[in-house]
Design a binder for this molecule. Structure first.
Ligand code: URA
Length: 270
């Protein structure tokens, strides 16, 4: 590639990434025009533009996935579905079958949750990223590795805690979840928290804090403070902390996260 080609190629890659096309399916790009099975057999009278169609009698395109219902309807459906889950496994199945959130159509799979269902400590992040989408497990990428290290630093193994996200499907291109997507998914994470029923809930980052605790202060003001997360059955002590992705970008702030994790350790009586 010449330097002159690099600019347009970069623009095209950026366009793909923003559209959510960020995974290569093959080692090398496939030249579909060179595929013999797609030879042009249009009659000579066919106008040139139409002759670009490879198959003179193309098969009917696969039916497009049904459009998701309007957000209000999807929120109601999510509430009813989440309420009906008597266990984490039942909730996972219900969410897997739920068609009310369009994110499921672009995500590779549901990223439900990870860790001990009897955990005393539960973490909730915002939404899965690329590695989580590939594996179906929350917080396994760089942020997750930092979270594991922070836990280890206070003597807690990842397998002892429970980890989930507000939104369980990866938004395309890692964009922020839209408000209606968050609201549609909210009943599911609320039920997941009820079913795990941890002693302490930790919101990883501002979106999780705002959504679960209704705290609208900046995360810099609110982190490290104890709030109350209300379930139908009881109040759970909850603390917002910096999201590990933020700490990776701003390592100087790790000293505050260290303080917060020590407070969490103390609250667990460890
Ligand atoms: N960030 C999140 O908020 N959740 C994940 O699962 C991974 C990264």
């Amino acid at each position: 590639m010449t330097p002159a080609d690099a600019g347009p190629a970069r623009d095209l890659l950026n366009f793909y990434a923003e559209a959510g096309v960020d995974v290569a399916l093959d080692e090398a790009p496939a030249n579909r025009f060179a595929d013999a099975s797609l030879e042009v057999v249009a009659p000579a009278s066919t106008p040139p533009a139409a002759r670009l169609r490879a198959d003179p009698a193309p098969a009917m395109p696969a039916a497009a996935p049904a459009a998701p219902p309007p957000p209000e309807e999807a929120i109601m459906a999510a509430r009813a579905a989440a309420k009906s889950a008597a266990s984490l496994e039942a909730l996972r199945e219900i969410m897997n079958a739920f068609e009310g959130c369009a994110l499921r159509t672009t995500a590779k799979q549901l990223v439900f949750g990870d860790g001990s269902p009897d955990a005393r400590l539960m973490f909730v992040g915002e939404a899965p990223g690329s590695e989580e989408d590939q594996t179906g497990i929350p917080f396994v990428g760089k942020s997750g590795q930092l979270l594991d290290k922070m836990l280890a630093a206070i003597g807690i193994a990842r397998s002892e805690v429970y980890i989930a996200n507000i939104v369980p499907w990866r938004p395309p291109g890692n964009r922020d979840p839209a408000i209606h997507e968050t609201q549609i998914c909210l009943p599911f994470i609320q039920r997941q928290i009820e079913l795990v029923d941890p002693e302490l809930l930790v919101c990883l980052g501002k979106p999780s804090m705002v959504t679960l605790l209704g705290v609208t202060d900046g995360i810099k003001r609110a982190r490290g403070r104890w709030f109350s997360y209300k379930t139908d059955a009881r109040d759970i002590r909850a603390m917002p902390v910096f999201h590990p992705a933020y700490l990776l970008r701003n390592p100087i702030e790790k000293r505050f996260a260290w303080r917060d994790f020590l407070a969490i350790k103390k609250a667990l009586g460890k």
